[in-house]
Design a protein around this ligand. Structure first.
Ligand SMILES: [Zn+2]
Length: 263
């Protein structure tokens, strides 16, 4: 896991005091009384002077982000089930009553005497909670990934296939991904981004893309065996699925999902 320096994590965030509290994690104090727990570049927790607490992952629902959120406040507890994050209170963990509260970025906990409209929990009020993931969308992502793998090998990625998919650190709405699924367009750059995020080995890249070398040899002719078996195919399918799930269901907004050391 790479380590960022305090200055790299802090950037130009205004602060009166900032200190390293764990690996790649800062506690930042601001002039107005706001306090932030930042992991890499994600403000996991923001404690506002009015007593409210804002929860956030920037779409990076990693176990470390969850741990940071859970260990630096005691109002709620987040747990994961089938990839979905649920919210409960610490003393009513796994109590059925709370199982339907789904986490969302920007979700805020308020002290119970605050005049806000939200979901009342044992020790306060929650606003900005999430919705259960769209099962129909998950099914169509699954099908797209399964069908994508059947098209392999594909042409090597190039800026002409989908401009948004081709940018390494692209930050844009996810609509183009939805349209690729709808149009059954198996975008080489999309697969390349999914592979980047999974740190896929070179052999997989040579197998999945028809890369021609200087002598006219096509990489997928000699490396195709890597994805001929079920294991290889499933591997690629899983990378695609993870990538699309995190962008379309978790709401991550960057092509680069695993910003340094997220996992
Ligand atoms: Zn695209």
């Amino acid at each position: 896991m790479p380590r960022l320096t305090k200055a790299e994590i802090l950037g130009d965030t205004p602060h009166t005091l900032a200190r390293v509290i764990q690996n790649n994690t800062l506690q930042i104090f601001q002039e107005d009384g706001t306090q932030i727990i930042r992991h890499f570049h994600t403000d996991c927790l923001t404690f506002k002077p009015d007593g409210s607490i804002i929860f956030n992952t920037d779409g990076h629902k990693s176990s470390t982000t969850k741990l940071r959120i859970n260990e630096h406040q005691d109002k709620i507890f987040i747990y994961q089930k089938h990839r979905v994050w649920y919210v409960t209170t610490r003393d009513s963990m796994f109590n059925d009553k709370y199982q339907s509260i789904v986490f969302a970025d920007g979700m805020t906990w308020w002290p119970e005497d605050t005049l806000v409209v939200g979901i009342k929990i044992k020790n306060g009020i929650l606003t900005g909670t999430g919705k259960a993931p769209n099962k129909k969308l998950i099914a169509s992502i699954r099908k797209y990934c399964r069908d994508f793998v059947k098209q392999l090998p594909v042409n090597p990625p190039d800026g002409g296939d989908c401009w948004y998919c081709s940018i390494l650190n692209g930050n844009e709405p996810n609509d183009h991904l939805l349209s690729h699924i709808e149009e059954k367009y198996y975008v080489p750059s999309l697969l390349a981004r999914a592979m980047d995020n999974a740190d896929a080995g070179k052999a997989y890249r040579w197998a999945c893309f028809k890369i021609t070398d200087i002598n006219g040899n096509v990489s997928s002719d000699s490396w195709g065996y890597v994805i001929k078996n079920d294991y290889g195919k499933k591997q690629v399918e899983r990378w695609l699925y993870n990538y699309l799930y995190r962008r379309l269901i978790d709401g991550a907004t960057s092509n680069r999902l695993t910003s340094p050391g997220m996992y």
